[in-house]
Design a binder for this molecule. Structure first.
Ligand code: GLP
Length: 261
């Protein structure tokens, strides 16, 4: 794992977007894993701006989102399909048929999980998975005690996730209690992972996930098992990390980061 701390949220976001754009430019038929949440909105705005400046081309890119609420149709403003169309897909030159999310309205939940896994497998697997982290340490919707070997399936959401996400629902109680999510095992199969963590409220959980033990109580800690993961934080989210000096030295001195400093 590599940890990169940028002084501001904007710089952390911009570095994330640049790494994604550079990876797509190196392999146009890219398979990109996407995340939702407030943190990602600025990343998608950056990618959209780069696309409009012809700095990155999405015409051959296929995307797979991590998760979707169960019971929300695509046109519901709180569905992740709506979020993705709104924040990214309508602004870029992607073929919408190449964008994939679990179907929140699927009748057979087990079959939907299997369908999604097969779709990822059939296109050769995910080249780069973008991740945020929930306030309880989840990646996707892999809540505490999720199997670290899990695959795409339905999950019940914790009270912490309910508290964090129900503010977007009107009324808040209309937030679904369950969601489809890629499993931690699905996520770890991605060839590369970039996690973005911003803001002071994530400082405690960031330290647990990155420097604490690998545990299903904080599924973000499973990234420690992945050989090509970069975690990008702003200064506020990095506040409780103990090895900051080391991370900063690596970013300032290792040749692979020279073009991004
Ligand atoms: C949701 C998503 C996660 C995301 C999290 C963080 O729970 N399922 O994939 O990481 O939100 O959201 P935010 O960026 O709003 O803190």
């Amino acid at each position: 794992m590599e940890v990169i701390i940028r002084p501001t949220t904007q710089e952390a976001v911009h570095l994330t977007a640049r790494l994604i754009a550079d990876a797509i430019n190196a392999k146009p038929e890219f398979k990109l894993g996407l995340a939702t949440g407030a943190t990602m909105e600025a990343v998608y705005a950056d990618l959209a701006a780069m696309n409009q400046r012809n700095e990155v081309d999405f015409s051959l890119v296929k995307t797979f989102n991590l998760d979707e609420y169960i019971g929300l149709p695509p046109e519901d403003k709180n569905s992740y399909r709506y979020y993705m169309n709104y924040h990214l897909f309508r602004h870029i030159n992607i073929d919408i048929r190449n964008t994939n999310l679990p179907d929140g309205m699927a009748k057979d939940e087990v079959a939907e999980g299997e369908r999604y896994e097969a779709a990822i497998r059939d296109c050769g697997g995910i080249d780069l998975q973008l991740l945020g982290i929930g306030s309880d340490g989840h990646i996707g919707f892999n809540e505490p005690i999720s199997s670290l070997a899990g695959r795409t399936r339905s999950k019940a959401l914790t009270p912490a996730t309910y508290a964090q996400n129900s503010i977007y629902f009107n009324p808040p109680e209309s937030m679904p209690r369950r969601a489809f999510t890629m499993g931690v095992g699905t996520i770890l199969d991605a060839r590369r992972i970039i996690m973005l963590i911003t803001g002071a409220r994530k400082a405690g959980i960031a330290a647990k996930a990155l420097e604490g033990p690998v545990t299903s109580m904080v599924t973000g800690s499973a990234l420690q098992l992945h050989p090509r993961t970069v975690v990008i934080l702003d200064e506020a989210a990095a506040a409780e990390l103990t090895q900051k000096e080391y991370y900063n030295w690596v970013f300032a001195n290792e040749p692979e980061w020279a073009q991004y400093r």
